[in-house]
Design a protein around this ligand. Structure first.
Ligand SMILES: Cc1cc2nc3c(=O)[nH]c(=O)nc-3n(C[C@H](O)[C@H](O)[C@H](O)COP(=O)(O)OP(=O)(O)OC[C@H]3O[C@@H](n4cnc5c(N)ncnc54)[C@H](O)[C@@H]3O)c2cc1C
Length: 481
């Protein structure tokens, strides 16, 4: 049995982002992971400027840059043929580029950087249960790399163990209090970039065509390209049955992507990877002696590529909020609750944006006008949603929306009746989202039509978890202090 100030389960983005600042502050932090690094993770791993800035704040950027990634400073959005290219707005520390580094290359850099700063990271160690004492979580039990049972006692236990969080299950927070079903699935693969040496090879490109989306992300090392299609989630089963047939069909649906990869070396194409299982959720993420960071506590549809940045933001801000209180358990519990409220304030607008983007429908005439307007110059505008400098509500306010509607009606690309009825529907969703953001309710369970999509079938917790009931101090003292 060991003691630490903080023990963390999971040692990727959220876990290393918690561990690094705690270690830097001179406190003892132990993080475990059941994997050994390098280790891959299903993700398309795009980071914009603020995501790269989180890597820098973790102290891992020099290592990540050693993977020789493509440095990307622009994003192009093409909405039904209307192009809009923008420079990515720099983060608060001046970081002015995005990256897309495969997780097996990237995550080991985070682990090594956190270790270098004093965090003890133990690989091949499996979390088994929480230790409770005096109504608080007092640490963890786990199996080490030799299968030996071990315990670590700590003032704070952090679950940074991903969407299927065992820590959440053991804390009684397994079932999210809010969930939204993904409309889109993800089907992607890597290849040598046939446009190597051109501007395209240094730009993130997203095409929105009909009801489908196609993404080209220059990756790492330089010269690699990740191509992703996000059509209806049901397409994933087709992609699994006939990967190459599906791939060809998607290229035919997206002629610009077909053109982008037309000269690809077929030998460089990797296996097609896919998932249709990406429901968004919020879990209760703090309680006596415990907190959940990263995907363990909140996940949003990957269509906006915010998960990794948010996982690191959550880990870092959680660490910063508890560091001053680590000698005072009650202070830690107050800080984690306050942090959870701040997290929701920070993530709620992006959750709604992703929910709206995962809807399977053509882009509205109003949206096309907004892309046309943003495409007039290369200043950061719509991309601020993805760098998180501004929310969708801040970027597309009532005046811009009204102007876009007027232009859409004048242009008449879509039937006017359809333009008006979709605008009314979207306006209702928008008003409800703004109202919810203003209300700032803690663990709000409201559902917003047009954003929160019903139908998520949440799996049962791993055995031993206590489902959706959040344990409180008074009812959870399995191990007497
Ligand atoms: C298909 C897909 C595409 C995505 N694309 C993007 C994108 O382009 N950009 C982006 O920013 N985000 C993207 N995301 C989201 C992103 O991958 C996640 O938000 C991110 O991985 C969360 O990091 P994390 O550290 O919270 O959790 P994870 O990366 O899930 O890490 C959790 C760690 O906990 C460990 N663990 C779990 N259980 C235990 C246990 N019992 N004992 C010990 N260790 C344990 C695991 O081994 C793992 O290493 C995507 C997600 C998906 C599914």
């Amino acid at each position: 049995m060991e003691e630490a100030d903080v023990v963390v389960v999971g040692s990727r983005l959220a876990g290393c982002a918690v561990a690094a600042p705690i270690a830097r502050s001179g406190r003892k932090v132990i993080a475990i992971d059941r994997m050994t690094f390098p280790s891959d993770q299903l993700s398309t791993h795009l980071l914009t400027t603020t995501g790269v800035s989180e890597i820098a704040k973790m102290g891992a950027l020099p290592r990540v840059l050693e993977t020789n990634p493509t440095i990307v400073s622009k994003a192009t959005f093409v909405c039904e043929g209307i192009p809009c290219t923008e420079r990515l707005r720099p983060a608060d520390d001046g970081t002015d580029f995005g990256l897309c580094v495969p997780r097996d290359l990237q995550d080991i850099c985070l682990v090594e950087a956190a270790r270098e700063q004093g965090a003890e990271i133990r690989e091949n160690c499996v979390f088994e249960d929480l230790i409770w004492a005096g109504g608080r979580v007092a640490g963890i039990r786990y199996r080490d790399e030799n299968g030996e049972a071990r315990e670590v006692r700590a003032t704070l236990t952090v679950g940074a163990d991903g969407r299927r969080s065992n820590v959440a299950a053991r804390a009684g927070a397994w079932t999210p209090y809010r969930m939204s079903k993904n409309g889109r699935g993800l089907v992607f693969r890597y290849m040598d970039d046939p446009k190597m040496g051109t501007k395209d090879a240094e730009t993130f490109i997203v095409w929105r065509e009909n009801k489908s989306m196609a993404f080209a992300f220059p990756s790492a090392p330089v010269g690699k390209l990740l191509v992703l299609f996000m059509g209806h989630r049901d397409e994933v089963s087709t992609a699994r049955k006939d990967p190459e047939g599906y791939w060809q069909a998607k290229l035919d649906q997206h002629p610009s992507m077909k053109q982008r990869v037309s000269r690809v070396d077929a030998d460089s194409l990797t296996k097609v990877r896919s998932t249709g299982d990406t429901p968004a959720f919020f879990r209760a993420s703090s309680g006596p002696g415990w907190a959940l960071a990263g995907d363990a506590g909140h996940f949003k549809d990957p269509v906006t590529g915010q998960g990794m940045r948010d996982a690191m933001w959550m880990g870092r801000t959680l660490a910063e909020s508890v560091i001053p209180h680590l000698d005072d358990p009650a202070g830690v519990d107050q800080a984690t609750r306050q942090w959870e409220a701040d997290r929701d304030r920070h993530c709620l607008p992006a959750y709604h944006t992703a929910n709206i983007d995962t809807r399977i429908e053509t882009q509205s005439a109003v949206m096309r006008e907004i892309f046309r307007d943003a495409g007039r110059n290369e200043e950061s505008d719509l991309s601020d949603i993805f760098t998180r400098h501004r929310t969708q509500q801040e970027i597309v306010g009532p005046r811009r929306m009204t102007r876009a509607l007027a232009l859409a009606l004048i242009r008449g690309d879509q039937p006017r009746g359809e333009t008006i009825s979709r605008s009314i529907r979207d306006l209702r969703t928008e008003v409800a989202v703004r109202r919810e953001i203003r209300a700032d309710e803690f663990r709000g369970t409201g559902t917003i039509k047009g954003s929160d999509h019903p139908g998520v079938e949440w799996p049962a917790p791993p055995s031993g978890g206590s489902g959706g009931k959040v344990r409180t101090g008074s009812e959870s003292a399995e191990i007497p202090s």
